[in-house]
Design a protein around this ligand. Structure first.
Ligand SMILES: [Zn+2]
Length: 147
């Protein structure tokens, strides 16, 4: 039987999230910050805290911590059949926003644990650049977040 490799589902690009996806292609992970100080992902038109539309895109340092994760041993979509097992995680950026992502480069000797320091790894999948994270190797300094 011929194995047909399915492509990963692609994100729906809208006027609201286009900057997010374009920035990833250029090597930057961006989040939104409201005039009230709240920061969030994914992209939306109003601040989820105060509903204002007075927000700006900000560049994330790429430093993050592991909040929770699950390891998939079954392919619920054909595009991930040759990636098993793979890890889906909720990650919190140093700046505060959380996103659902993958943990990659898991040849790290330490098992995953809550609050583990992570570093951004932007990976290209077809026409899309995706923000994924790897466990930050011991001794690799955290990027200093701008304040
Ligand atoms: Zn706000």
């Amino acid at each position: 039987m011929e194995h047909i490799k399915a492509a990963l589902p692609q994100p729906q690009i809208t006027s609201v999230n286009q900057t997010y996806w374009d920035s990833l292609k250029a090597g930057d992970l961006m989040f939104q910050q409201c005039a009230c100080g709240h920061r969030w992902l994914p992209a939306r038109t109003e601040c989820p805290s105060c509903l204002a539309r007075d927000w700006q895109w900000k560049k994330a340092t790429g430093d993050a911590r592991l909040v929770t994760w699950v390891v998939y041993h079954h392919a619920y979509h054909p595009s991930v059949a040759d990636r098993l097992p793979y890890t889906v995680a909720v990650v919190e950026l140093a700046e505060g926003p959380r996103l659902v992502t993958n943990i990659v480069e898991q040849d790290h000797p330490e098992p995953l644990r809550v609050d583990m320091p992570l570093a951004l790894r932007i990976e290209v999948e077809g026409d899309t650049s995706l923000p994924r994270f790897a466990v930050r190797p011991p001794g690799e300094a955290e990027t200093m977040a701008p304040h």
